[in-house]
Design a protein around this ligand. Structure first.
Ligand SMILES: Nc1ncnc2c1ncn2[C@@H]1O[C@H](COP(=O)(O)OP(=O)(O)OP(=O)(O)O)[C@@H](O)[C@H]1O
Ligand SMILES: [Mg+2]
Length: 223
C-alpha cells in the first residue's frame, strides 16, 4: 500500500471547534487513480491537505510509502513534499514572470539538478502534456487549460510518488477539463502515476479507478 490512513481526525480549533474529519480509515494502492467526492464542506480538501503534508491532523496515522508522516520533523516534511509529492490546485499558481519551461524546471533547479538535465527533463514533461510548442510562453500568453497543463508538468517533473489534485478542472471550460482529466488518466495508465483528485464533477467518475465519497467528515461510500 502506498498510503495507509488510520483513525484520522481533524478538528479546527476555532471559538467553537469544528470537527471536519471524524474517523477516516482507508488504504490506497500504488498506481491507483482515486477521486475524493462529496458535497461542499464535506471535508475533501481537508483530507487532501492531511495526506499531502500541507496540514497536521489532530489524531490518527498517515503512512506513505512506509513512512509515518507524524514522525517527521518540519525539515523532513518539507523534503518529503519536495521530493515525493506533487500538487495541482484549482488556481494554477504559476509565477507570471516565468515561462512554461522555467516554471517546470524550477523544482529541479532547486534540487541542484545540473542545468543540461533539468532543461531536458522540463521540455520532455511539457511535451508530454501537449505543450511542446509553447515552452517559452508566459502564463498570460496561455489559455486556462494550457496554464493548468504547465502546473501539471511542474507537479510531475520530479517523478512524485503521489500526485494530489484539488479540483484541477474547476476553473476550466468543459473542453479544457476533458483534456486535463484524460491527461491524468493517460499518465496513470502509462507511467502508473498514483493520483488522488478531489472533484465535484460526476462525469469524472468514468475516468478514475475508485471513488471515496465523503459526507460530514466520514467515508460514506467507497466504490
Ligand atoms: N482553517 C479552517 N478553520 C476552520 N474551519 C475550517 C478551516 N478549513 C476548513 N474548515 C471547515 O471545514 C469544513 C470542510 O472544509 P473543506 O474545505 O475540507 O471542504 P470541501 O469538501 O473541500 O468543500 P468544497 O467542495 O467547497 O471545496 C467546512 O465546514 C469548512 O468551513
Ligand atoms: Mg475543497
Amino acid at each position: 500500500m502506498i498510503i495507509e490512513v488510520k483513525n484520522l481526525k481533524k478538528t479546527y480549533e476555532a471559538l467553537v471547534p469544528v470537527k471536519v474529519l471524524k474517523n477516516i480509515n482507508f488504504e490506497v494502492k500504488k498506481g491507483e487513480f482515486l477521486a475524493l467526492m462529496g458535497r461542499s464542506g464535506s471535508g475533501k480538501s481537508t483530507l487532501l491537505h492531511q495526506l499531502g503534508l500541507l496540514d497536521t491532523p489532530s489524531s490518527g496515522k498517515i503512512i506513505i510509502d512506509g513512512i509515518d508522516l507524524m514522525s517527521l520533523s518540519e525539515k523532513q516534511k518539507s523534503q518529503f513534499r519536495l521530493k515525493k509529492l506533487g500538487y495541482v490546485f484549482q488556481s494554477y499558481a504559476l509565477l507570471p514572470e516565468l515561462t512554461a519551461l522555467e516554471s517546470v524546471f524550477l523544482p529541479l533547479m532547486l534540487d541542484n539538478i545540473p542545468k543540461k538535465e533539468y532543461l531536458k527533463k522540463a521540455a520532455k514533461m511539457l511535451k508530454k502534456v501537449g505543450l511542446g510548442k509553447k515552452l517559452n510562453h508566459l502564463p498570460q500568453e496561455l489559455s486556462g487549460g494550457e496554464q493548468q497543463r504547465v502546473a501539471i508538468a511542474r507537479a510531475l517533473v520530479n517523478d512524485p510518488l503521489i500526485l494530489f489534485a484539488d479540483e484541477p478542472t474547476a476553473n476550466l471550460d468543459s473542453e479544457a477539463s476533458l483534456t486535463v482529466i484524460k491527461l491524468f488518466r493517460e499518465l496513470n495508465k502509462e507511467i502508473g502515476q498514483t493520483i488522488i483528485m478531489v472533484t465535484h464533477e460526476p462525469d469524472d467518475e468514468q475516468y478514475v479507478d475508485r471513488v471515496i465519497w465523503l459526507k460530514d467528515g466520514i467515508i460514506k461510500k467507497d466504490y
